[in-house]
Design a protein around this ligand. Structure first.
Ligand SMILES: O=C(O)C(=O)C[C@]1(C(=O)O)C=C[C@@H](O)C=C1
Length: 381
């Protein structure tokens, strides 16, 4: 190739490179689809972390040798692997056929539909029981091997109580975001196998790989091991936890997060700046924060308000401590008490310890993405 190419000639060469990349992506897609079919036939897990680690290390090494940024190569590989998960999950392995037929109570809700779709992709027979079919409840539930309750938190107790008696070997499970009270209701209702699940994701996930599901064991774990295994085949990471410990963690993770986001959204709504004005001068981190806050308000008010209300009595102490921390920080600021402010910073820094650096590195990639999205948005408008 000539050394002094013109701008147009160089762009033609770039187009050629990009076009080759697209052809390679098409080839890769076909290959990963075939891998997906083999996994489905063999009952293998969608997520192959060992293979991923080897693949990433090899390509990073190659990138280094070729003078290409290994971070770029890893980014592209991870994005391609996400594509592979999404494509491979259209047909999934069925590793616990004994779970069919499955009934999803509340199966018309967003999470119910997500689970119904995933079980069906794995070839399970799935029936849905929702408000409209109450008269047929006994019929729908007859012979069910797994009953998964996916209803709003405030109607859970009543829905469980109203269920007809299930077959003794049927597994009764729920996916509510608190676990102590639901697990108690499930155990009271059903003398057979019981497990409380909490998927730590919402209905808008694009795939199940590396998603966390908390499992709170109820009764006869051996009977529902197949269900947990199936979740792992889909790529989920199962975390077994005692219901009380789970609920305490959720008080911090969910209630506090929802609450601070909820308050911040209301606070923004009172300000004189429109969202567009704020966005037009936002740094990537603020852009990201707005996305996180904004996504809450794109969802159901009942869902979030009910989650906060359901645990409010238990979080009063936490909220008081949060308010104290806020008030103390404000006080330190008012008094220009730099020493106290730095002490507060140090305490939090010690808590985050080594993770702070990992978070800094991980968030860099996310911030770049937020910045990319900002540019695209602006071009589109
Ligand atoms: O090798 C596999 O098992 C694949 O499914 C392909 C692939 C990839 O895209 O490279 C996708 C998912 C796995 O976690 C690992 C690798």
């Amino acid at each position: 190739m000539r050394d002094n190419l013109s701008l147009d000639e160089l762009r033609v060469q770039i187009d050629r490179c990009d076009s080759e990349l697209v052809s390679l992506l098409a080839e890769r897609r076909k290959l990963t689809e075939q891998v997906g079919q083999i996994k489905q036939q063999q009952g293998a897990a969608l997520h192959a972390p060992d293979r991923e680690a080897v693949l990433i290390a090899a390509r990073r090494q190659q990138a280094q040798e070729k003078g290409v940024n290994p971070e770029l190569v890893e980014d592209i590989l991870r994005r391609m692997m996400r594509e592979a998960y999404e494509n491979q999950q259209s047909k999934l392995a069925c590793t616990a056929p004994e779970l069919s037929p499955i009934v999803i109570v509340g199966g018309e809700g967003a999470m119910g539909q997500l689970f119904a779709k995933q079980f069906r992709r794995s070839g399970y027979e799935v029936k849905v029981l929702d408000k409209g079919h109450q008269e047929d409840a006994a019929d729908i539930l007859s012979g069910a091997k797994l009953v998964l309750v996916s209803v709003p938190i405030n109607s859970l107790e009543q829905v469980i109580e109203d269920l007809p008696a299930l077959d003794p070997e049927c597994i009764l499970a729920d996916i509510t975001s608190v676990k102590q009270a639901p697990l108690k209701s499930l155990l009271k209702k059903h003398p057979g196998p019981v497990v409380g699940l909490h998927p730590m994701f919402g209905p808008d996930i694009s795939h199940w790989v590396k998603q966390t599901v908390v499992a709170c064991h109820g009764r006869d774990q051996a009977a529902y091991d197949g269900l947990l295994k199936q979740l792992q085949i889909w790529g989920c990471h199962i975390v077994s936890m005692e219901a009380k410990k789970h609920d305490q963690a959720m008080q911090i993770i969910q209630v506090m997060r929802h609450l601070t986001t909820f308050v911040y959204g209301q606070f923004l709504a009172k300000q004189c700046h429109t969202l567009e004005e704020l966005r037009s001068c936002s740094s990537p981190i603020y852009q990201l924060e707005l996305m996180m806050v904004g996504r809450l308000f794109a969802q159901s008010p009942e869902l979030y308000v009910d989650i906060m209300l359901a645990q409010f009595d238990d979080v009063e102490g936490l909220l008081a401590s949060y308010q104290d921390t806020f008030a103390q920080t404000l006080q330190n600021l008012k008094q220009r008490d730099k020493k106290a402010l730095i002490e507060g910073f140090d305490k939090a820094q010690t808590y985050f310890s080594d993770s702070a650096h990992t978070f800094l590195a991980q968030s860099r990639g996310i911030l770049n993405k937020a910045n990319d999205a900002k540019v695209l948005d602006e071009l589109a408008s």
